[in-house]
Ligand binder design. Structure first.
Ligand SMILES: *Cc1c(COP(=O)(O)O)cnc(C)c1O
Length: 376
């Protein structure tokens, strides 16, 4: 089970690249590919705006810019996610506040978030971890009750279905997507934000293009960087987007097969398939033997890892290091608040198996046999 397997790159992506290179225009400022990608993704998601940028992390940075925290304001998020969720909070001089997670899914727990909302809270950043749907109705209500921005990180959750028939990424004020190498679809690196709000869209577009409103000449309205996606990325992403529904269907079919084959194991808690996009396949061992089992699965050639992270992000070393120059602002004297459920998942109970769209019934049988052999 080679880790490079499971991509869907082929002739369509080559043709897309050739089309762009022959056109002589590689920049999305003047090209057509990235604008077309944005329109296609906005249509697929039923969002008013889709804004392309260079990575999922850049998309999350744009989402924080849209939420417009003052320096020192707080954004509540999860300690189990890619660091790309957290870095943009720090980049905007805001404070990441880590709430605890659901011990079954590792997803941010609305009850834990509610307890941490205070006078400086500006936003909640929810992650649809491993492709499973976060409880968005509860987060939406919480954000509305307290006047907070709600951001959905869907980097692992392309086309995750929420109850009521919406896609993950369309309930928050901003949703974000990633096109990094190992996400459902890829152009190497790339990202997008989704929003229905014209003003937030304007803020994000300006930030991604040096604060430059090109309708007004060479004039800079607001602080911005260059987060533009190139036409090469955009064209490959469009070819990949056409394959996305098939990728989802294939991942779902084999993941559901594995769930069926693993029924009845007492020491393992299986993921719920509802709406899941299966970026990874998580297993939870409430007894704490995830590390031991992961090692045995790896010996059998199964791409399994315990914990997903080395440590929960409330304990990331960067939070006790200078951020700009020698300044620790806004985290001077940072002391990690405990997130016991998250820490137990990452330390003892969570195991993730790499998933991909090229798995066959044989892969599922091999994984199932190995899990069954080591989890009796
Ligand atoms: C991959 C990922 C990111 C960052 O995306 P990049 O495209 O790698 O910058 C952010 N959040 C989550 C949950 C991710 O999985």
């Amino acid at each position: 089970m080679a880790e490079s397997a499971g991509r869907t790159l082929g002739d369509e992506e080559i043709a897309a690249l050739e089309r762009v290179i022959r056109s002589g225009m590689l920049s999305s400022v003047w090209g057509t590919e990235v604008r077309a990608l944005e329109a296609e993704i906005a249509r697929m998601y039923g969002s008013r705006h889709a804004i392309a940028c260079g990575s999922g992390t850049a998309a999350l940075h744009l989402s924080v810019v849209a939420a417009a925290p003052d320096p020192g304001d707080e954004i509540i998020t999860t300690p189990i996610t890619d660091f790309g969720t957290v870095a943009p909070i720090l980049a905007q001089n805001a404070v990441p506040v880590f709430a605890d997670v659901d011990p079954c899914t590792g997803i941010l727990d609305p009850g834990s978030v509610a307890k941490l909302i205070g006078p400086r809270t500006r936003a909640i950043m929810v992650v649809h971890l491993f492709g499973a749907p976060a409880p968005m109705a509860e987060f939406r209500a919480l954000a509305d009750d307290h006047g907070l921005a709600l951001i959905e990180d869907c980097a692992q959750a392309w086309l995750t279905d929420l109850p009521g028939g919406r896609y993950a990424g369309t309930v928050g004020d901003v949703g974000t997507l990633s096109l990094q190498q190992w996400k459902h679809i890829t152009c190497g690196d790339g990202g997008l934000t989704l929003t229905d709000d014209d003003e937030l869209a304007r803020r994000m577009r300006l930030f991604a293009d040096k604060g430059w409103d090109r309708a007004r000449g060479r004039s800079h309205e607001s602080l911005g960087l260059n987060y533009r996606m190139t036409e090469l990325q955009g064209a490959v992403a469009r070819a990949q987007l056409a394959k996305l529904p098939g990728v989802l269907a294939d991942r779902r079919r084999t993941a559901v097969q594995l769930i069926e084959e693993l029924q009845g194991l007492e020491r393992v808690r299986l993921p719920r398939p509802d709406g899941h996009a299966w970026w990874l396949f998580p297993l939870v061992f409430p007894g704490g033997e995830a590390r031991e089992v992961a090692e045995k699965l790896r010996e059998d050639g199964i791409p399994a890892r315990a914990g997903y992270l080395t440590q929960t992000l409330n304990h990331a070393p960067v939070l006790n290091a200078p951020i700009y120059g020698s300044s620790y602002y806004p985290l001077e004297g940072y002391q990690a608040a405990a997130c016991p459920e998250a820490e137990r998942l990452v330390g003892d109970t969570l195991l993730v198996i790499d998933w991909n769209e090229n798995y066959t019934g044989e892969h599922v049988a091999a994984i199932s046999a190995s899990v069954r052999a080591h989890c009796r």
